[in-house]
Ligand binder design. Sequence first.
Ligand code: IMP
Length: 185
Amino acid sequence: MNSSSSIRPDIERILFTKKQLLTRIGELADQLVADLPDSDEPPIFTNIMGGAAHFFVHLTEAIGDRGQLIEDFAVFKSYDGEESTGTAKVLIDVRYRITNRDIVIVEDIVDTGITMRAILDLLESRHPRSILICTLLDKAEARIIKDLKIDYTGFRVEKGDFVIGFGLDLDDKYRHLPFVGILKQ
Ligand code: IMP
């Protein structure tokens, strides 16, 4: 790789450094440890790939030995470039039978809410005992689906900003950046 492949010029500014992200993720982990329902069976943390992958690893590691949990994942597709398609398609379904289980959905960002609604519709149809939603970022002002209750939010971001890094992508690029930044228009 040479210096002409640098992606710095693509980035408007850094919104959250890795240090800020990890501090906030630690706080979310503390809240989850305090709130998770008591049950004989461990909660299933569902990693909504690939955007939530970085967040998921840090969140579950921050919970660490304070509680047992099971890691599962699913893949949905709702974006084409920077545009939401208005629907969300299941590409890979969860692996676990979730009836009567406690679920924590771990997402990178909730924007219009269409993807989260689709995820909830799918999981709720299988009658879990409880569902909590934990998102690293929230573009709350962009919400189209109004009846969505987000239980844990890392940071709010402006609806007009397209953010990348720490798992968030544009066509699968920029996910590897160790910060969340705003992409230049
Ligand atoms: P929604 O269905 O509009 O809520 O969009 C949620 C999904 O769109 C997220 O899981 C992301 O994959 C993607 N998304 C929404 N906004 C952004 C952004 O600013 N950067 C990267 N991905 C985004």
